[in-house]
Design a protein around this ligand. Structure first.
Ligand code: SF4
Length: 82
């Protein structure tokens, strides 16, 4: 099946993507003490979804999947948006 491209989407928003499952497994492996709480996580992702640097779940400023970068307490947006 053809992969849908959505420049302002997160990986979890993409239908038929196994990346969502893989990212979920990665997030589950992060020690809870190192993870952002759900509210902060969603706040960060909402900023990413409105950002011109987001392309199909990847931040073009740093090359990370934003859903993983946003989950770290000690990580930050590479251009200071969060
Ligand atoms: S991490 Fe920062 S630069 Fe990258 S997509 Fe999110 S808001 Fe934009």
């Amino acid at each position: 099946m053809e992969q849908r491209v959505c420049y302002r989407c997160l990986i979890r928003d993409l239908a038929n993507s196994d990346y969502g499952e893989r990212i979920g497994k990665y997030l589950d492996a992060i020690d809870p003490k190192d993870r952002t709480d759900d509210l902060l996580y969603e706040d960060r992702l909402s900023v990413c979804k409105a950002c011109e640097k987001l392309e199909t779940g990847t931040c073009l400023a740093c090359g990370c999947y934003v859903e993983i970068r946003a989950a770290g307490k000690k990580t930050a947006c590479p251009i200071g948006k969060w």
